[in-house]
Design a protein around this ligand. Structure first.
Ligand code: C5P
Length: 268
């Protein structure tokens, strides 16, 4: 019997870099949520591991042991015929590969060694709103956040994560408040988010000015309440009060920049 697993896009609503460990990894304080769009995986039992990659972003994605999906299945010692439908741009700050790996661990019911597959895999395994601290390994569930109407914009450039961290001038920045607020309305939530940051945005924009173009395009849309980059980029998100504004923004950015990946979605 074939089973299907959804691997949602991960969005860092905030990403504060608060320090660096001796091994070079950075200490983070990040509020992470998930979108209602993402990759999809199908698992059919068989006695060896195989992987087929399909979908709009399949190009250039290895279908062998280099793929995190393969590594995740190997790490838990399970086999299956896996089909991965890549709907998300990869290396884009929205956790594509990490979310795919987490989907594999979830399917096989084994997540103990998620962090060994990558810093974002544990939060993707959680799959719902989390405060992510440490190097990505300290997770605290965040309940009761209002859903957010968003547009995601990937301006077609890829900036390697290590490069962005390396270009960060100051890695000793303030954390979020010890206790996160419990906003009752979308507007209160966005208002608080506006006072937070993604510390990787400045170094990522220096490496790839297209990211600034994406943020500018989001800011020009009617009803944009906040624009920010997710993760180490290059995907940026815009937040809106309602789905009509988010969908309209996606249409207008997508029309003006037909080579960018632009989607409206709900973040929860
Ligand atoms: O763990 P992952 O392979 O996703 O991390 C990619 C790179 O991002 C690391 O090699 C490191 O340069 C950087 N990174 C970091 N601090 C973190 C997470 C990632 O410096 N907490």
């Amino acid at each position: 019997m074939t089973s299907k697993v959804f691997a949602p896009a991960k969005i860092n609503l905030t990403l504060h870099v608060t320090g660096q460990r001796n091994d070079g990894y950075h200490l983070l304080d990040s509020l992470v949520v998930f979108a209602d769009l993402g990759d999809r995986l199908w698992f059919t039992p068989q006695d060896h591991l195989s992987l087929k990659v399909t979908g709009p972003f399949a190009d250039g994605v290895p279908a062998d042991e280099r793929n995190l999906v393969w590594k995740a299945a190997k790490s838990v010692g399970h086999t299956a015929a896996i089909t991965l439908e890549k709907n998300l741009p990869h290396g884009a700050g929205i956790g594509g590969g990490s979310s795919d790996a987490a989907a594999v661990l979830r399917h096989f019911g084994k997540g103990e060694n998620a962090a060994l597959l990558g810093a974002d895999v544990p939060v993707c395994l959680a799959g719902r709103a989390q405060r992510m601290q440490g190097v990505g390994d300290e997770l605290t569930g965040v309940l009761g956040l209002p859903a957010l109407h968003a547009v995601l914009v990937h301006p077609g450039v890829h900036v390697p994560t290590p490069e962005v961290f390396k270009a960060l001038k100051d890695n000793q920045n303030s954390a979020m408040s010890k206790v996160l607020p419990s906003p009752e309305t979308t507007l209160d939530f966005i208002d608080w988010l506006s006072s937070q940051r993604n510390d990787l945005e400045v170094p990522a924009v220096s490496a790839a000015p297209e990211i600034k173009s994406a943020l500018d395009a989001i800011n020009r849309c009617a009803g944009t309440m906040l624009s920010r980059m997710s993760g180490s980029g290059s995907t940026c998100f815009g937040l809106f009060e309602n789905s009509t504004d988010a969908q309209q923004a996606a249409r207008s950015i997508g029309t003006a920049q037909s080579h960018w990946w632009v989607r409206s979605c709900v973040l929860t």
